[in-house]
Write a new protein. Structure first.
Length: 263
């Protein structure tokens, strides 16, 4: 009996230690550096550098995150799930003001963002000067007449996305970067869409992975057809504030014309 009681106590202590460890992981702050080369990126621009963050949910962005990105990135892309039900708008406002110190901020909707009354969240974003990409695109010209497009669509899982409409804004551009909270948008892409890079989040990298297995793949890069898909583990958590085997992450992403990589 004493033996089983001791084992029981040890199991409880192990469980507590594991939960504390998972909570600590969930609150870590990581900025990962990514670089992509594309032959159709405007050669006269040479490169662009973006700060990409998704799935903030309930977290307050740590000062170390925006401080590291502030003198490096030219713009910020929020890949959805800026918040969720129960998050105070003032906390979200503080996060946005930190991100604005890096550069202009562009936002696409994630499934949890719709848990807040849409008009209320949109009003906050507009007040803070955030650019909403609601199934649309912004085109950025280069000195030699080339251009690239930043395309944003609403959430795929809730069927608010309208890729066809968004692409209409970017028909004549040389390089197309699509931001979709849910990486399953890849199921809708066609070769003729000519989208070179997709940035997504949503999966949290599985959030809790046991022995290398989780409900979703770890974040990372894969090439599907002519499109490069990049999925982030995200910064925050949902349902339970714990992580294991899928660390939180934000990203400084540099995109270059391919010839620069060959020099």
């Amino acid at each position: 009996m004493v033996f089983f009681f001791a084992v029981f106590i040890l199991l409880i202590l192990f469980s507590i230690a594991l939960i504390l460890h998972m909570k600590n992981i969930a609150n870590e702050n990581h900025v990962k550096y990514e670089i992509f080369y594309f032959p159709n990126f405007p050669s006269s621009l040479q490169d662009i550098t973006l700060f990409f963050i998704s799935d903030i949910h309930r977290r307050a962005i740590d000062d170390s995150i925006f401080t590291e990105a502030m003198d490096v990135a030219e713009m910020v892309i929020i890949g959805g799930d800026l918040l969720e039900k129960g998050v105070k708008l003032e906390k979200t406002r503080e996060n946005l003001r930190k991100l604005k110190q890096i550069g202009p901020v562009y936002f696409v909707w994630g499934n949890n963002d719709y848990e807040i009354e849409r008009d209320v969240l949109e009003a906050l974003l507009v007040e803070e000067g955030i650019v909403l990409l609601n199934n649309e695109a912004i085109n950025f010209p280069s000195p030699n007449g080339e251009s690239w497009s930043l395309i944003g669509i609403e959430d795929y899982s809730l069927e608010y996305d309208d890729l066809e409409k968004a692409l209409e804004y970017a028909e004549e551009t040389n390089f197309k970067l699509l931001v979709s909270h849910n990486p399953k948008i890849m199921e809708k892409l066609e070769a003729e869409n000519q989208i070179s890079l997709v940035l997504s989040g949503h999966t949290h990298g599985g959030q809790i992975r046991l022995f290398g297995f989780g409900p979703y793949e770890l974040g990372g890069t894969k090439v599907i057809g002519n499109t490069t898909l990049f999925v982030s583990n995200g910064y925050g958590t949902t349902n339970i504030p714990l992580r294991l085997g899928a660390k939180p992450e934000t990203h400084i992403i540099r995109i270059q014309h391919k010839s620069d990589a060959e020099n």
